[in-house]
Write a protein that binds this ligand. Structure first.
Ligand SMILES: O=C[C@H](O)[C@@H](O)CC(=O)C(=O)O
Ligand SMILES: [Zn+2]
Length: 278
């Protein structure tokens, strides 16, 4: 087996408010996603979103089913999103098709497909970020080159939050997953502040392209009861539906954000005004 997996259960906001640093990290932080020659998955009980990483080396990595899915094939009742976050090009086989992914490209794979990951050059393996949620119908598998994403520039240098949001699922239809990435401009360090929540959708962040020594202080918690988790490059964090999700880095960075839940409306957010935050 080339797949490792672990389970994360859903946490009540009152329980999270009572947690110290180690408990917060154990429940919400996901480390070591990218291990050479392996697929590493975290099965969460937040909308049953699976968050993971694949790093194919000399041998192709098939996405075989895991026990928590309870199905004979991994995507039997699920959809998959793959985002290339580093290393050389990847070749991803989905059913009869093969897709070449460059860094920051996204591949959507519809329910029912068999998937195998390969690196174009085993000497420069691709690091592939994986997201999978339950699906209710098969939608076409689609490759979205990064340049084809819908771009939104927002924030300002004066508030250290100048950034570009790239939406990946505006032209690509999905059942549940809403995904994209955000790039901070040089000198800007804050994402998603003022913050928001969206009870109908969970969210996961993967911070990447962060210098080795740098850290992101990732804010979480109910707006009136915030906490933070100190995160390094290529670590992910789960945001429960009741939690804000925002971060401040010691330098600029990028992150992949992804949601699953009751709707696929990116704009459906409830603001968490700063004056109410504690
Ligand atoms: O629900 C949407 C998400 O939290 C992110 O898209 C926010 C984000 O990337 C940003 O403001 O920088
Ligand atoms: Zn959000």
């Amino acid at each position: 087996m080339t797949i490792d997996h672990e389970t994360r259960f859903a946490v009540h906001p009152d329980a999270a408010a009572a947690m110290g640093t180690e408990d917060l990290r154990r429940h919400f932080l996901i480390q070591d996603l990218f291990q050479p020659g392996r697929i590493r998955l975290t099965y969460t009980h937040y909308d049953r979103m699976i968050v993971g990483g694949a790093v194919p080396g000399a041998d192709p990595l098939p996405l075989e089913t895991i026990r928590p899915n309870g199905t004979a094939r991994f995507l039997e009742r699920r959809e998959l999103v793959v985002v290339h976050v580093g290393g050389g090009a990847a070749e991803i086989r989905a059913g009869e098709e093969s897709h070449a992914l460059q860094p920051r490209d996204m591949l959507y794979v519809g329910m029912g497909q068999e998937v195998t990951f390969r690196s174009a050059d085993a000497g420069d393996p691709a690091r592939l970020y994986l997201l999978s949620a339950p699906a209710h119908r098969t939608l076409p598998t689609r490759h979205l080159p990064h340049a084809a994403a819908k771009r939104m520039d927002l924030g300002a240098r004066a508030t250290a939050n100048e950034r570009s949001i790239f939406q990946y699922t505006t032209t690509i239809e999905t059942c549940q997953i809403v995904v994209g990435m955000t790039q901070l401009a040089e000198g800007s360090v804050w994402n998603t502040m003022p913050a928001h929540i969206h009870d109908r959708r969970m969210e996961a962040y993967l911070y990447f392209d962060l210098p080795l020594e740098a850290r992101v202080f990732h804010m979480m918690g109910a707006p009136h009861e915030t906490r933070y988790i100190v995160m390094a490059n290529e670590e992910a964090v789960v945001s429960p539906p009741w939690s804000i999700h925002s971060g401040c880095g010691t330098s600029a960075y990028a992150f992949v954000w992804a949601m699953a839940g009751d709707n696929v409306d990116y704009t459906d957010m409830d603001p968490a005004p700063l004056k109410d935050m504690r």
